[in-house]
Design a protein around this ligand. Structure first.
Ligand SMILES: [Cu+2]
Length: 115
């Protein structure tokens, strides 16, 4: 009987751990939080021509940033569920600054600096 419980635990623990890992773990490490202060960080740097995964994590309901646009990447109305990391992969094709902001009002003034 004891052995059965132990085996059940050994099987269950790795499954639970895998569930909690953010989807972008080990990809690029770029995490942008949406807090009461807006985007944190507000500006990130990426490399031209390199597919880059951005992880967004919204931790507050107190701003209007619940979905975002990255117009230069054709990302529109990308939903940010609260407390759940979501990823979007972009491959910027030219150097410069790509802006991202809330879908509703174009607020937040986020910048992706492409080098
Ligand atoms: Cu807004």
């Amino acid at each position: 009987m004891r052995l059965v419980v132990l085996v059940a635990l050994l099987v269950a623990v790795p499954v639970l751990a895998a569930d909690k890992a953010p989807p972008a773990a080990g990809t690029t490490g770029i995490v942008i939080k949406v807090t009461e202060n807006g985007f944190e960080p507000q500006q990130v740097k990426v490399k031209k021509g390199v597919p880059t995964t951005l992880t967004f994590l919204r931790t507050t309901n107190r701003t209007c940033i619940k979905a975002i646009d990255i117009p230069a990447e054709n990302v529109k109305g990308f939903q940010l569920p609260i407390d759940k990391p979501v990823t979007v992969t972009i491959t910027p094709t030219k150097a410069g600054v790509e802006k991202f902001h809330c879908t509703a009002m174009a607020m937040g003034d986020g910048k992706i600096v492409v080098e």
